[in-house]
Design a protein. Structure first.
Length: 259
């Protein structure tokens, strides 16, 4: 049971139910409450529920039914918003071909409003589902295209990815509070190269748990490094097998979770 203390005119909010409860008055051992809720949300006093013979199982079933109904309404609204956007884009294409710029501007405004509404619906649905912790990676790569492609692959695999263009940027991120599970590090970098970056990280006790994977076109011997000695956990030489890298990332996360 969650126990809360509220003063007069303070509220308790139930975002998933679009409902709020406000303390209106506290007097002589009684509390007057004001409840704002959707019309189709049934609200009963406990004594009335008991008098009507409503069992806890039935109450839970009613809440589940209400949640299902709210989800159905949200999905219906999303379909309507998507339909408006599709129609609006088709109209905009024809207006553009016909040179009807003023009409096109009005159409684009309506399309934008539809996408705003759709965004609200998506955020509402996302709030209703508890999410598992998202693994986080810091990708350090000076080749912009390569960086964007690998970041995109990792995001599709469920990772939150931040990027840095060189070792100096990566160190700034880490010192300013970024706490990734793993760092994917190119070794041949401007300003601060990979080996120097690793050595500086391993000197910081606050970053002791950070896994570092080298992702580079060079072998350790070509760079004259004993990669394990300086603190690199795994070495991946380009051309990269992304699926193999992903498997090692997931295994490293599992290891951290048991420590």
């Amino acid at each position: 049971m969650l126990v809360l203390t509220r003063r007069e005119n303070e509220k308790i909010i139930f975002p998933a139910l679009a409902t709020s409860v406000e303390v209106l008055e506290v007097k002589a051992g009684r509390v007057r409450l004001g409840i704002q809720a959707p019309r189709d949300l049934q609200i009963l006093r406990e004594e009335v529920m008991k008098a009507d013979g409503v069992q806890p199982e039935a109450l839970k079933s009613g809440l589940d039914a209400f949640a299902t109904q709210m989800l159905r309404k949200a999905k219906h609204q999303m379909r309507n918003d998507l339909n408006k956007a599709t129609i609006g884009l088709a109209l905009a294409r024809r207006q553009l071909k016909a040179g009807l710029i003023e009409n096109l501007d009005v159409t684009l405004q309506k399309i934008g409003q539809g996408f705003e509404s759709l965004g609200v619906q998506v955020e509402t649905l996302a709030e209703k589902k508890p999410e598992a912790p998202v693994p986080e990676a810091l990708l350090v790569e000076d080749d912009t295209n390569e960086c964007e492609l690998l970041a995109g692959f990792l995001r599709m695999a469920g990772y939150k990815v931040n990027t840095a263009g060189d070792g100096a940027d990566a160190l700034d991120h880490l010192r300013n509070g970024m706490n990734p599970d793993v760092m994917l590090l190119d070794m041949n970098l401007p300003r601060c190269d990979g080996a120097t970056t690793v050595r500086l990280i391993r000197r910081d006790p606050a970053l002791a748990r950070l896994k570092i994977f080298a992702v580079t076109g060079y072998s350790p011997s070509q760079l004259g490094l004993d990669h394990e000695a300086i603190g690199i956990d795994r070495w991946f030489q380009k051309p990269l097998n992304p699926e193999s890298l992903l498997g090692e990332l997931n295994a490293a996360r599992a290891t951290l979770a048991t420590v």
